[in-house]
Each structure stands twice: as structure tokens, then as C-alpha cells.
Design a protein around this ligand. Structure first.
Ligand SMILES: [Zn+2]
Length: 259
């Protein structure tokens, strides 16, 4: 049953060559290949970690708030994290004029760092780049706030209303952002190729996106280690890491485009 990997890559190359509007969906499997400690835990924090960071607990408990700040101090490291070959390969799709958008479950901003324009990245779980006042929703740059914490502030509050600041990621117990979810659905329904990369899609509404794409007649490429619920419906399914396979696909496409 397991087909030769080169053959699968070749199939994917043909699908990318034929496509005009590609939606790339990325999960933690894309970010974990970036070389930094704790990338997995930080990108997973908003959805899978302990309930102590759940939204209601966070608002009501000063101790948890303080501990969260220590976590956010750690997030300053995110600034130093570099995109990996998978991120750069996705950015190359954009340079070829084939990328419609990236929908991501990751909060690390690495697609933008790799060169995908800001307005082509839909962050379903928010971004570590921003903090938000839980009271008035005003946004603050995470780096600026982290700096003031580094200079000795115990916890930061909103300069407008005195409300608490919280990472602008989607916490366990919070509803998914309606605007981003709606945009992601719209793009998924209008693409001709949906590439599901490094995600097992356990979480709704994210898990609906490839289904919208298939319903609208798009082809589906899955690159992921482990199984996903949609494996049966994939036009091409490659059970390898994204960083290993995607750059080869992009190389194959580039070789063909210049001929
Ligand atoms: Zn405020």
C-alpha cells in the first residue's frame, strides 16, 4: 500500500503546477521543526495545555496571572526563533503567484517572518505578537510589554482602563475568533488546492476547512506524520515531516516552471 515517496512527491508537484489558488493550512508539525526549545509547548499552549490558563481561571486568579507572565517572558524567545525550510517553501509558493493564503493554528508568526505577506496569513489561534486588554480589547505589542516586565514590572495593565493584559492567543475555554474563522472558510471554499501540513486536525472549527475545500471541488494534499481524519479523502498523502518533503515539492515545481 505504501507508495514510493518520490512518486508521491511527483504527484504533489503536478497538483501544485496545475493549481492557481492554493490554501496552505499549517499546524504544530510545521513549527516544531524550528530549532528552539519549547516551541512545541508554546505553540500548543493555547489549546492543549493545562486548564490553569483557561480564560475564566486567568481572569479570576492573580497567582495564575503572575505565572502566565513568566510564561510570556519565555515567549520573548519567540522573537529569536527562525523560520525553518517548511516556512520558506510555503513563502516560495507565494513568490510563484500560487498562494491564496495560509491558514495557521500556530501563534509564532513564522510564516510572516519567512516572507508571506501579513494579509495572506489567517491566524486561527491568534498571535503571540500581541497582548490584549481583557476589559477594552486594546492591543499592545508583546515585546514592549515583555520589556517592561524585564525592567521589573510585576504585571502589566492597560494604560487606558487599568484592565489586565492577556496574550492575544485563543485560550482553552474561549470561543474561536469569528472573523478569522469566517475568512478561513471563505478561502477554503474558493481554492483549487488545499495543502494540509503538519496538523492532525483534532480541533473544530479548524477541522472543517479541508472539508469545505473538498466540497468545493479542490484537491487535497496532506503532509503529516501520523494519521488525520481526512487521510482517506486525500489526493496525495505523504506520511513524512513537512520540512523533509515540502522543499522537494517546491524544487520540483520550480524546475518545471522555468522550462
Ligand atoms: Zn483596557
Amino acid at each position: 500500500m505504501e507508495k514510493d515517496i518520490e512518486e508521491l512527491i511527483e504527484k504533489a508537484v503536478k497538483l501544485v503546477l496545475d493549481a492557481q489558488k492554493i490554501v496552505v493550512f499549517t499546524g504544530t508539525g510545521v513549527s516544531t521543526e524550528s530549532s528552539t526549545p519549547n516551541t512545541t509547548s508554546s505553540s500548543d499552549l493555547s489549546t492543549t495545555n493545562s486548564n490553569e490558563f483557561a480564560f475564566p481561571t486567568f481572569v479570576g486568579n492573580p497567582t495564575v496571572r503572575r505565572r502566565s507572565w513568566q510564561t510570556w517572558n519565555m515567549f520573548r524567545m519567540i522573537e529569536m526563533v527562525k523560520p525553518n525550510p517548511a516556512h520558506y517553501a510555503i513563502a516560495e509558493l507565494d513568490q510563484m503567484g500560487k498562494l491564496d493564503c495560509v491558514i495557521t493554528q500556530n501563534v509564532d508568526g513564522l510564516h510572516q517572518k519567512a516572507g508571506v505577506p501579513e494579509d495572506k496569513v489567517i491566524e486561527l489561534h491568534g498571535s503571540l505578537k500581541w497582548l490584549k486588554c481583557v476589559n477594552c480589547n486594546r492591543r499592545y505589542s508583546m515585546i514592549e510589554v515583555a520589556k517592561s516586565l524585564g525592567e521589573g514590572a510585576d504585571e502589566s495593565i492597560c494604560s487606558e482602563c487599568g484592565g489586565m493584559l492577556k496574550s492575544a492567543t485563543v485560550s482553552f475555554g474561549e470561543p474561536p475568533p469569528a472573523k478569522e474563522t469566517g475568512e478561513a472558510e471563505q478561502h477554503s471554499r474558493n481554492c483549487d488546492l488545499f495543502m494540509l501540513l503538519g496538523s492532525s486536525l483534532m480541533i473544530y472549527p479548524a477541522a472543517n476547512m479541508p472539508i469545505y475545500a473538498i466540497e468545493s471541488g479542490a484537491k487535497l494534499v496532506i503532509i503529516n506524520v501520523g494519521t488525520a481524519s481526512l487521510d482517506q479523502q486525500a489526493t496525495v498523502l505523504i506520511n513524512r515531516t513537512v520540512g523533509e518533503v515540502l522543499p522537494k515539492i517546491i524544487e520540483g515545481v520550480k524546475g518545471r516552471l522555468t522550462k
